[in-house]
Design a protein around this ligand. Structure first.
Ligand SMILES: *Cc1c(COP(=O)(O)O)cnc(C)c1O
Length: 428
Protein backbone atom coordinates (compact mmCIF):
# COMPACT_ATOMS: atom_id res chain seq x y z
CA UNK A 1 0.00 0.00 0.00
CA UNK A 2 1.09 3.55 -0.68
CA UNK A 3 1.35 6.02 2.14
CA UNK A 4 -2.33 6.92 2.54
CA UNK A 5 -4.01 8.83 5.36
CA UNK A 6 -5.65 6.88 8.17
CA UNK A 7 -9.20 7.40 6.81
CA UNK A 8 -8.22 5.80 3.49
CA UNK A 9 -6.46 2.98 5.32
CA UNK A 10 -9.63 2.33 7.34
CA UNK A 11 -11.68 1.91 4.18
CA UNK A 12 -9.21 0.26 1.80
CA UNK A 13 -6.06 -0.67 3.69
CA UNK A 14 -4.48 -4.14 3.48
CA UNK A 15 -7.24 -6.24 1.87
CA UNK A 16 -6.42 -6.14 -1.84
CA UNK A 17 -8.25 -8.79 -3.88
CA UNK A 18 -6.73 -10.01 -7.12
CA UNK A 19 -8.65 -10.18 -10.40
CA UNK A 20 -11.87 -12.16 -10.00
CA UNK A 21 -11.60 -12.44 -6.21
CA UNK A 22 -14.33 -11.12 -3.87
CA UNK A 23 -14.28 -7.33 -3.38
CA UNK A 24 -15.36 -7.77 0.23
CA UNK A 25 -13.22 -9.74 2.68
CA UNK A 26 -14.62 -13.30 2.69
CA UNK A 27 -15.22 -15.25 5.90
CA UNK A 28 -12.99 -18.30 5.79
CA UNK A 29 -14.93 -20.52 8.15
CA UNK A 30 -12.42 -23.36 8.05
CA UNK A 31 -10.32 -24.84 10.84
CA UNK A 32 -8.18 -26.71 8.35
CA UNK A 33 -6.00 -26.12 5.27
CA UNK A 34 -4.91 -28.46 2.48
CA UNK A 35 -1.33 -29.07 1.24
CA UNK A 36 0.28 -30.81 -1.75
CA UNK A 37 2.88 -32.70 0.23
CA UNK A 38 4.39 -33.27 3.66
CA UNK A 39 7.32 -30.93 2.99
CA UNK A 40 4.85 -28.01 2.81
CA UNK A 41 3.54 -29.03 6.22
CA UNK A 42 7.07 -29.43 7.59
CA UNK A 43 7.88 -25.84 6.52
CA UNK A 44 4.81 -24.66 8.41
CA UNK A 45 5.90 -26.42 11.57
CA UNK A 46 9.41 -25.00 11.18
CA UNK A 47 7.83 -21.50 10.88
CA UNK A 48 9.49 -21.13 7.45
CA UNK A 49 6.19 -20.60 5.68
CA UNK A 50 3.53 -18.02 6.48
CA UNK A 51 0.65 -20.14 5.19
CA UNK A 52 -2.04 -21.26 7.58
CA UNK A 53 -1.83 -24.51 9.53
CA UNK A 54 -4.73 -24.62 11.94
CA UNK A 55 -7.22 -21.87 12.87
CA UNK A 56 -6.27 -21.85 16.55
CA UNK A 57 -2.98 -20.26 15.40
CA UNK A 58 -4.08 -18.30 12.31
CA UNK A 59 -6.86 -17.96 9.76
CA UNK A 60 -7.17 -15.80 6.61
CA UNK A 61 -10.09 -13.69 7.88
CA UNK A 62 -8.50 -13.20 11.28
CA UNK A 63 -5.21 -12.27 9.56
CA UNK A 64 -7.00 -9.64 7.47
CA UNK A 65 -8.34 -8.00 10.64
CA UNK A 66 -4.88 -8.19 12.24
CA UNK A 67 -3.24 -6.63 9.18
CA UNK A 68 -5.68 -3.71 9.10
CA UNK A 69 -5.46 -2.80 12.78
CA UNK A 70 -1.68 -3.19 12.54
CA UNK A 71 -1.63 -0.69 9.66
CA UNK A 72 -3.82 1.77 11.58
CA UNK A 73 -1.64 1.57 14.71
CA UNK A 74 1.62 1.62 12.74
CA UNK A 75 3.01 -1.64 14.12
CA UNK A 76 5.09 -4.48 12.67
CA UNK A 77 2.49 -7.16 13.38
CA UNK A 78 -0.71 -7.88 15.28
CA UNK A 79 -2.31 -10.84 17.03
CA UNK A 80 -6.07 -11.11 17.52
CA UNK A 81 -7.54 -12.79 20.60
CA UNK A 82 -10.95 -13.94 21.76
CA UNK A 83 -11.53 -10.88 24.01
CA UNK A 84 -9.80 -7.77 25.29
CA UNK A 85 -9.06 -9.64 28.50
CA UNK A 86 -7.47 -12.46 26.47
CA UNK A 87 -5.33 -9.93 24.57
CA UNK A 88 -4.06 -8.40 27.82
CA UNK A 89 -3.40 -11.83 29.35
CA UNK A 90 -1.42 -12.98 26.31
CA UNK A 91 0.45 -9.66 26.05
CA UNK A 92 1.59 -9.95 29.66
CA UNK A 93 2.28 -13.68 29.94
CA UNK A 94 4.31 -13.53 26.71
CA UNK A 95 7.05 -11.77 28.70
CA UNK A 96 6.23 -12.39 32.40
CA UNK A 97 6.76 -15.50 34.50
CA UNK A 98 6.16 -16.34 38.15
CA UNK A 99 8.52 -14.14 40.13
CA UNK A 100 8.20 -11.14 37.79
CA UNK A 101 6.72 -7.74 38.53
CA UNK A 102 4.62 -5.16 36.65
CA UNK A 103 3.90 -1.47 37.26
CA UNK A 104 0.44 -0.34 36.15
CA UNK A 105 -1.58 2.86 36.34
CA UNK A 106 -4.20 2.49 39.07
CA UNK A 107 -6.98 3.92 36.88
CA UNK A 108 -7.07 1.07 34.36
CA UNK A 109 -10.23 -0.79 33.29
CA UNK A 110 -11.80 -2.81 36.15
CA UNK A 111 -11.38 -6.15 34.37
CA UNK A 112 -7.67 -5.51 33.80
CA UNK A 113 -7.33 -4.35 37.41
CA UNK A 114 -8.77 -7.66 38.69
CA UNK A 115 -6.64 -9.69 36.28
CA UNK A 116 -3.54 -7.91 37.57
CA UNK A 117 -4.41 -7.72 41.24
CA UNK A 118 -5.94 -11.16 41.81
CA UNK A 119 -5.32 -13.61 38.99
CA UNK A 120 -1.76 -12.68 38.00
CA UNK A 121 -0.89 -12.74 41.68
CA UNK A 122 -2.08 -16.36 41.84
CA UNK A 123 0.30 -17.09 38.95
CA UNK A 124 3.15 -15.47 40.88
CA UNK A 125 3.28 -12.16 39.00
CA UNK A 126 3.09 -9.16 41.30
CA UNK A 127 1.65 -5.79 40.22
CA UNK A 128 2.29 -2.39 41.79
CA UNK A 129 -0.34 0.24 40.98
CA UNK A 130 0.72 3.86 40.69
CA UNK A 131 -1.43 6.98 40.46
CA UNK A 132 -1.07 7.98 36.78
CA UNK A 133 -0.62 11.58 37.89
CA UNK A 134 2.34 10.68 40.11
CA UNK A 135 5.80 12.00 39.30
CA UNK A 136 8.35 10.32 37.04
CA UNK A 137 10.43 9.60 40.17
CA UNK A 138 7.54 7.78 41.82
CA UNK A 139 7.22 5.43 38.85
CA UNK A 140 10.94 4.68 39.04
CA UNK A 141 10.64 4.20 42.79
CA UNK A 142 7.88 1.58 42.26
CA UNK A 143 10.23 -0.52 40.11
CA UNK A 144 12.17 -3.58 41.23
CA UNK A 145 14.95 -5.74 39.88
CA UNK A 146 12.31 -8.06 38.35
CA UNK A 147 9.99 -5.41 36.82
CA UNK A 148 9.13 -6.42 33.24
CA UNK A 149 6.27 -4.15 32.08
CA UNK A 150 4.95 -0.62 32.51
CA UNK A 151 1.22 -0.57 31.73
CA UNK A 152 -1.29 2.25 31.18
CA UNK A 153 -4.44 3.27 29.28
CA UNK A 154 -4.68 6.19 26.84
CA UNK A 155 -8.05 7.24 28.31
CA UNK A 156 -8.89 5.86 31.76
CA UNK A 157 -12.39 4.71 32.62
CA UNK A 158 -14.45 6.10 34.37
CA UNK A 159 -12.12 9.03 35.28
CA UNK A 160 -11.39 9.72 31.58
CA UNK A 161 -7.90 10.80 32.59
CA UNK A 162 -5.44 11.07 29.69
CA UNK A 163 -2.16 9.20 30.09
CA UNK A 164 1.00 11.29 30.32
CA UNK A 165 2.78 9.37 27.56
CA UNK A 166 6.06 11.30 27.80
CA UNK A 167 6.41 10.57 31.52
CA UNK A 168 5.51 6.89 31.24
CA UNK A 169 7.61 6.31 28.10
CA UNK A 170 10.63 7.98 29.71
CA UNK A 171 10.26 5.79 32.81
CA UNK A 172 9.94 2.61 30.72
CA UNK A 173 13.02 3.60 28.71
CA UNK A 174 15.01 4.30 31.84
CA UNK A 175 13.97 0.92 33.31
CA UNK A 176 14.64 -0.80 29.95
CA UNK A 177 11.20 -2.47 29.96
CA UNK A 178 8.37 -2.37 27.40
CA UNK A 179 5.59 0.21 27.79
CA UNK A 180 2.22 -1.43 27.05
CA UNK A 181 -0.79 0.79 26.37
CA UNK A 182 -4.47 -0.14 26.23
CA UNK A 183 -5.81 2.15 23.48
CA UNK A 184 -9.40 0.82 23.52
CA UNK A 185 -11.24 4.04 24.36
CA UNK A 186 -9.17 6.35 22.15
CA UNK A 187 -8.82 4.00 19.13
CA UNK A 188 -6.04 4.58 16.54
CA UNK A 189 -8.17 7.38 15.09
CA UNK A 190 -7.69 9.65 18.13
CA UNK A 191 -4.29 8.51 19.38
CA UNK A 192 -1.28 6.52 18.12
CA UNK A 193 0.48 5.25 21.27
CA UNK A 194 3.42 3.89 19.22
CA UNK A 195 4.20 7.49 18.15
CA UNK A 196 4.30 8.53 21.82
CA UNK A 197 6.77 5.95 23.09
CA UNK A 198 4.58 2.87 23.62
CA UNK A 199 6.14 -0.46 22.61
CA UNK A 200 3.00 -2.59 22.48
CA UNK A 201 -0.65 -1.57 22.05
CA UNK A 202 -3.69 -3.60 23.01
CA UNK A 203 -7.40 -3.17 22.32
CA UNK A 204 -10.67 -4.59 23.41
CA UNK A 205 -12.08 -4.82 19.86
CA UNK A 206 -15.45 -5.31 21.53
CA UNK A 207 -15.85 -1.55 21.93
CA UNK A 208 -15.30 1.01 19.13
CA UNK A 209 -13.57 -1.34 16.67
CA UNK A 210 -16.75 -3.43 16.53
CA UNK A 211 -18.85 -0.33 17.16
CA UNK A 212 -22.17 -2.11 16.74
CA UNK A 213 -22.16 -4.22 19.94
CA UNK A 214 -22.08 -7.55 18.11
CA UNK A 215 -18.85 -9.35 19.09
CA UNK A 216 -16.30 -9.83 21.84
CA UNK A 217 -12.63 -9.80 20.83
CA UNK A 218 -9.24 -8.22 21.35
CA UNK A 219 -5.94 -7.57 19.64
CA UNK A 220 -2.25 -6.92 20.42
CA UNK A 221 -0.09 -4.73 18.14
CA UNK A 222 3.70 -4.91 18.30
CA UNK A 223 5.62 -1.69 17.67
CA UNK A 224 8.71 -3.76 16.86
CA UNK A 225 11.22 -1.32 18.36
CA UNK A 226 11.89 -2.73 21.83
CA UNK A 227 15.29 -4.40 22.27
CA UNK A 228 14.44 -7.76 23.88
CA UNK A 229 18.07 -8.77 23.96
CA UNK A 230 18.84 -6.74 27.09
CA UNK A 231 19.20 -9.58 29.56
CA UNK A 232 15.68 -9.26 30.99
CA UNK A 233 13.80 -11.41 28.48
CA UNK A 234 15.80 -14.62 27.95
CA UNK A 235 12.74 -16.47 26.57
CA UNK A 236 12.79 -14.22 23.51
CA UNK A 237 16.51 -14.78 22.97
CA UNK A 238 17.24 -18.38 23.99
CA UNK A 239 16.01 -21.39 21.97
CA UNK A 240 12.34 -22.28 22.59
CA UNK A 241 12.37 -25.99 23.43
CA UNK A 242 8.63 -26.21 22.78
CA UNK A 243 9.32 -25.11 19.19
CA UNK A 244 12.38 -27.21 18.48
CA UNK A 245 14.86 -24.49 19.20
CA UNK A 246 13.36 -21.40 17.55
CA UNK A 247 15.18 -18.23 18.71
CA UNK A 248 12.63 -15.44 18.40
CA UNK A 249 14.92 -12.40 18.29
CA UNK A 250 17.46 -14.03 15.97
CA UNK A 251 14.91 -15.68 13.67
CA UNK A 252 12.17 -13.04 13.57
CA UNK A 253 13.95 -9.75 14.33
CA UNK A 254 11.52 -6.90 14.98
CA UNK A 255 8.61 -9.38 14.98
CA UNK A 256 10.08 -11.47 17.83
CA UNK A 257 7.48 -10.53 20.44
CA UNK A 258 4.37 -10.91 18.29
CA UNK A 259 5.62 -14.17 16.75
CA UNK A 260 6.22 -15.70 20.18
CA UNK A 261 2.79 -14.50 21.32
CA UNK A 262 1.20 -16.40 18.44
CA UNK A 263 3.19 -19.61 18.09
CA UNK A 264 3.75 -20.18 21.81
CA UNK A 265 1.11 -18.31 23.85
CA UNK A 266 -1.89 -18.52 21.50
CA UNK A 267 -0.93 -22.11 20.61
CA UNK A 268 -0.95 -23.09 24.31
CA UNK A 269 -3.78 -20.97 25.73
CA UNK A 270 -6.04 -21.11 22.67
CA UNK A 271 -7.80 -17.77 23.22
CA UNK A 272 -8.51 -17.57 19.50
CA UNK A 273 -10.76 -15.07 17.71
CA UNK A 274 -13.40 -16.65 15.47
CA UNK A 275 -13.29 -15.83 11.74
CA UNK A 276 -16.84 -14.51 11.89
CA UNK A 277 -16.02 -12.04 14.65
CA UNK A 278 -12.85 -11.04 12.79
CA UNK A 279 -15.01 -10.30 9.73
CA UNK A 280 -17.25 -8.03 11.83
CA UNK A 281 -14.23 -6.23 13.38
CA UNK A 282 -12.71 -5.75 9.92
CA UNK A 283 -16.02 -4.25 8.79
CA UNK A 284 -16.06 -2.07 11.90
CA UNK A 285 -12.59 -0.72 11.09
CA UNK A 286 -13.84 0.38 7.65
CA UNK A 287 -16.02 3.08 9.27
CA UNK A 288 -14.07 3.67 12.49
CA UNK A 289 -12.79 7.11 11.39
CA UNK A 290 -16.31 8.37 10.59
CA UNK A 291 -17.86 6.98 13.73
CA UNK A 292 -15.13 8.37 16.01
CA UNK A 293 -15.52 11.81 14.47
CA UNK A 294 -19.25 11.79 15.28
CA UNK A 295 -18.80 10.16 18.71
CA UNK A 296 -16.38 13.00 19.63
CA UNK A 297 -18.54 15.76 18.17
CA UNK A 298 -21.68 14.53 19.95
CA UNK A 299 -19.86 13.91 23.25
CA UNK A 300 -18.36 17.39 23.35
CA UNK A 301 -21.74 18.99 22.52
CA UNK A 302 -23.47 16.94 25.21
CA UNK A 303 -20.70 17.79 27.70
CA UNK A 304 -21.17 21.53 27.06
CA UNK A 305 -24.95 21.23 27.35
CA UNK A 306 -24.71 19.36 30.65
CA UNK A 307 -22.09 21.76 32.02
CA UNK A 308 -24.59 24.61 31.58
CA UNK A 309 -27.58 22.67 32.93
CA UNK A 310 -28.99 23.96 36.24
CA UNK A 311 -29.70 20.48 37.59
CA UNK A 312 -26.25 19.07 36.75
CA UNK A 313 -23.66 19.22 39.55
CA UNK A 314 -20.54 18.36 37.56
CA UNK A 315 -19.37 17.05 34.17
CA UNK A 316 -16.23 15.12 33.34
CA UNK A 317 -15.00 15.15 29.72
CA UNK A 318 -11.35 15.34 28.58
CA UNK A 319 -11.98 18.37 26.34
CA UNK A 320 -13.64 20.51 29.03
CA UNK A 321 -11.25 23.07 30.52
CA UNK A 322 -12.34 21.94 33.97
CA UNK A 323 -10.94 18.43 33.37
CA UNK A 324 -7.86 17.60 35.43
CA UNK A 325 -5.91 16.26 32.45
CA UNK A 326 -7.22 18.90 29.98
CA UNK A 327 -3.74 19.87 28.77
CA UNK A 328 -2.73 16.21 28.25
CA UNK A 329 -5.94 15.76 26.26
CA UNK A 330 -4.98 18.62 23.99
CA UNK A 331 -1.49 17.22 23.58
CA UNK A 332 -2.30 13.57 22.87
CA UNK A 333 -5.87 13.68 21.50
CA UNK A 334 -5.79 16.57 19.01
CA UNK A 335 -8.73 15.19 16.98
CA UNK A 336 -11.21 14.81 19.83
CA UNK A 337 -11.76 13.70 23.41
CA UNK A 338 -13.55 10.44 22.62
CA UNK A 339 -17.16 9.36 23.03
CA UNK A 340 -17.35 8.82 26.81
CA UNK A 341 -18.32 11.40 29.42
CA UNK A 342 -19.58 11.22 32.98
CA UNK A 343 -21.67 13.56 35.11
CA UNK A 344 -23.66 13.87 38.32
CA UNK A 345 -27.08 15.44 38.86
CA UNK A 346 -28.83 16.98 41.86
CA UNK A 347 -30.08 14.25 44.20
CA UNK A 348 -26.85 12.24 44.21
CA UNK A 349 -26.69 8.47 43.92
CA UNK A 350 -30.47 7.87 44.12
CA UNK A 351 -31.13 10.36 41.32
CA UNK A 352 -28.31 8.91 39.21
CA UNK A 353 -29.79 5.45 39.58
CA UNK A 354 -33.30 6.69 38.63
CA UNK A 355 -32.19 8.54 35.50
CA UNK A 356 -32.10 5.38 33.36
CA UNK A 357 -35.82 4.79 33.96
CA UNK A 358 -36.68 8.22 32.55
CA UNK A 359 -34.59 8.06 29.37
CA UNK A 360 -36.32 6.91 26.19
CA UNK A 361 -33.77 7.06 23.38
CA UNK A 362 -30.79 6.35 25.62
CA UNK A 363 -30.61 2.85 27.06
CA UNK A 364 -29.07 1.34 30.16
CA UNK A 365 -26.34 -1.16 29.18
CA UNK A 366 -23.09 -2.52 30.64
CA UNK A 367 -21.05 -1.62 27.56
CA UNK A 368 -19.46 1.30 25.76
CA UNK A 369 -18.37 2.18 22.26
CA UNK A 370 -21.66 1.21 20.63
CA UNK A 371 -23.15 3.52 18.01
CA UNK A 372 -26.28 3.81 20.18
CA UNK A 373 -26.08 6.23 23.11
CA UNK A 374 -26.13 4.39 26.41
CA UNK A 375 -25.66 5.06 30.10
CA UNK A 376 -24.58 3.23 33.21
CA UNK A 377 -24.74 4.12 36.90
CA UNK A 378 -21.64 2.18 38.08
CA UNK A 379 -22.22 2.65 41.85
CA UNK A 380 -25.49 0.69 41.78
CA UNK A 381 -24.43 -1.82 39.08
CA UNK A 382 -20.87 -2.71 38.00
CA UNK A 383 -19.21 -1.45 41.20
CA UNK A 384 -21.94 -2.40 43.71
CA UNK A 385 -19.73 -5.03 45.43
CA UNK A 386 -17.33 -2.28 46.55
CA UNK A 387 -17.81 -0.11 49.64
CA UNK A 388 -18.44 3.58 49.00
CA UNK A 389 -14.85 4.37 50.00
CA UNK A 390 -13.52 1.77 47.54
CA UNK A 391 -15.84 3.12 44.83
CA UNK A 392 -14.54 6.65 45.28
CA UNK A 393 -10.95 5.39 45.21
CA UNK A 394 -11.55 3.77 41.81
CA UNK A 395 -13.09 7.00 40.51
CA UNK A 396 -16.72 5.88 40.85
CA UNK A 397 -18.45 8.72 42.70
CA UNK A 398 -21.86 7.68 44.13
CA UNK A 399 -23.73 9.97 41.72
CA UNK A 400 -21.56 9.28 38.64
CA UNK A 401 -23.49 8.53 35.46
CA UNK A 402 -21.33 7.28 32.61
CA UNK A 403 -22.50 8.06 29.09
CA UNK A 404 -21.24 6.35 25.97
CA UNK A 405 -22.37 8.95 23.46
CA UNK A 406 -23.58 7.44 20.20
CA UNK A 407 -23.79 8.74 16.65
CA UNK A 408 -27.50 9.68 16.57
CA UNK A 409 -28.60 13.27 15.97
CA UNK A 410 -27.22 15.30 18.88
CA UNK A 411 -30.43 17.32 19.31
CA UNK A 412 -32.37 14.12 19.97
CA UNK A 413 -29.76 12.95 22.49
CA UNK A 414 -29.77 16.29 24.31
CA UNK A 415 -33.58 16.43 24.38
CA UNK A 416 -33.76 12.96 25.94
CA UNK A 417 -31.26 13.85 28.68
CA UNK A 418 -32.84 17.23 29.35
CA UNK A 419 -36.32 15.78 29.81
CA UNK A 420 -35.16 12.83 31.92
CA UNK A 421 -32.97 14.98 34.21
CA UNK A 422 -35.85 17.44 34.76
CA UNK A 423 -38.26 14.58 35.58
CA UNK A 424 -35.87 12.99 38.08
CA UNK A 425 -34.94 16.25 39.81
CA UNK A 426 -38.64 17.29 40.03
CA UNK A 427 -39.44 14.12 42.03
CA UNK A 428 -36.70 14.76 44.64
C1 LIG B 1 -13.79 -3.64 27.81
C2 LIG B 1 -12.38 -3.30 28.03
C3 LIG B 1 -11.39 -4.29 28.19
C4 LIG B 1 -11.73 -5.77 28.21
O1 LIG B 1 -12.19 -6.17 26.96
P1 LIG B 1 -13.21 -7.39 26.73
O2 LIG B 1 -13.32 -7.43 25.25
O3 LIG B 1 -14.49 -7.05 27.44
O4 LIG B 1 -12.57 -8.61 27.31
C5 LIG B 1 -10.08 -3.89 28.36
N1 LIG B 1 -9.74 -2.59 28.39
C6 LIG B 1 -10.66 -1.61 28.26
C7 LIG B 1 -10.22 -0.19 28.30
C8 LIG B 1 -12.01 -1.92 28.07
O5 LIG B 1 -12.91 -0.94 27.95
Amino acid sequence: MKNYQIETNCVQGTYNPKSGEPRVLPITQSTTYKYYNSDDVADLFDLKSDQHMYSRISNPTVSAFEDKINLLEGGVGALAASSGQAATTLAVLNICNAGDHIIAASTIYGGTFNLFKVTLKKLGVEVTFVDPNCSYEEIIKASKENTKILFGETIGNPMLNILDFDKFAKAAKNLDIPFIVDNTIATPILCSPLDHGADIVIHSATKYIDGHATSVGGVIIDGGKFNWNNGKFPELVNPDESYHGVEYVKDFGEKAYITKARVQMLRDFGMTLSPFNAFLFHKGLETLHLRMERHCENASKLALFLENHEDVEWVNYPKLESHETYSLGNKYLPKGGGGILSFGIKGGSEAGKKLAEHLELVSLVVHLGDLRTSILHPASTTHRQLTEAEQIKSGVLPDLIRVSVGIENIDDIIKDFNRAIKEVVKCL
